[in-house]
Design a protein around this ligand. Structure first.
Ligand SMILES: NC(=O)c1ccc[n+]([C@@H]2O[C@H](COP(=O)([O-])OP(=O)(O)OC[C@H]3O[C@@H](n4cnc5c(N)ncnc54)[C@H](OP(=O)(O)O)[C@@H]3O)[C@@H](O)[C@H]2O)c1
Length: 254
């Protein structure tokens, strides 16, 4: 198995992309911790995966919650091999409509949450361990009304450069996984589209993507297994696009 014996933490692992990564990681031999704010979702995820997975209710924007998670992993397992900063939020919103509250929600969850995660986890990460930051294909695109989200994901993307260098002597790798369009429950809902509208949008987008389809959570999990495993031991400081070629052709209207 490709992740045999590895200890992994996936923030926001109770739903969507993070949940599927948790499932695949367990299938590949890892022991997985998932976090999130909604205990019901986390419990459902644990029930679904069934074994070698536990949840901890924790909000990534709270420093003490990140510390609580790291303390628990240290007490249970002694160390952490793979930290996945997956928890994220975003919203289509015009520049002039962004409130301070919304600005903070998006920046705190994506950027501060990733930072707190690293601060809490680094003391329990040994040589050979790895960070995977869930960024987004949008860091390569200029999508209207998405500037706040893209700014947040771009800040996360910058960590793959700075952290890779800062952590080089500790032999801790830092990579990003940048999903393209992966229709998860949240993707449409949070962006304010009803299911029918969401379906039409995804159908249209399929025609733009070189792969001829939108992505799915298996696509992102495949990449996450690679980045978390020793197969990628010489892959460091990259943003791995899992987007069916979307960024490569830079569509004008998405
Ligand atoms: N789906 C896509 O097309 C796509 C594309 C590019 C990038 N992404 C990124 O992929 C990641 C997962 O997205 P998804 O599509 O799977 O949506 P999702 O199901 O909504 O996943 C987001 C997860 O983050 C958790 N979360 C949000 N705020 C949190 C906080 N403050 N503390 C802890 N957990 C928090 C949520 O759980 P709680 O609400 O219970 O806390 C949820 O489980 C996100 O970072 C997203 O930006 C998605």
């Amino acid at each position: 198995m490709r992740l045999d014996g590895k200890i992994a933490l996936i923030t926001g692992g109770g739903t969507g992309i993070g949940l599927d990564i948790a499932k695949r990681y367990v299938e590949e031999g890892a022991y997985v911790y998932i976090t999130g704010r909604r205990e019901k979702k986390l419990q459902e995820a644990v029930d679904l995966v069934g074994k070698n997975i536990v949840y901890i209710v924790a909000d990534v924007t709270k420093k003490e919650d990140n510390q609580k998670v790291a303390d628990r992993i240290k007490a249970d397992k002694g160390h952490l091999d793979i930290a996945i900063a997956n928890a994220g939020v975003g919203n289509y919103i015009a520049i002039e409509d962004v409130t301070e509250e919304e600005f903070n929600r998006v920046m705190y969850t994506n950027v501060l949450g990733t930072y707190y995660l690293a601060q809490a986890c680094l003391p329990i990460m040994e040589e050979g361990s790895t960070f995977i930051l869930n960024t987004s294909v949008t860091t390569s695109l200029g999508l209207p009304k998405f500037s706040l989200y893209i700014a947040a994901k771009s800040a996360m993307k910058s960590f793959i450069h700075t952290w890779t260098n800062e952590l080089r002597d500790r032999k801790i790798r830092v990579n990003a996984l940048a999903p393209g369009i992966i229709p998860t429950d949240a993707a449409g809902q949070e962006l304010g589209r009803d299911p029918k509208e969401e379906q039409n949008v995804q159908q249209y987008r399929s025609t733009l993507i070189p792969a001829g389809r939108v992505g799915n959570v298996k696509d992102t999990s495949n990449a996450a297994v690679f980045l978390g495993s020793d197969e990628s031991s010489y892959v460091n400081g990259v943003e791995l696009l899992v987007d069916g070629g979307l960024a490569a052709i830079y569509p004008v209207k998405l």
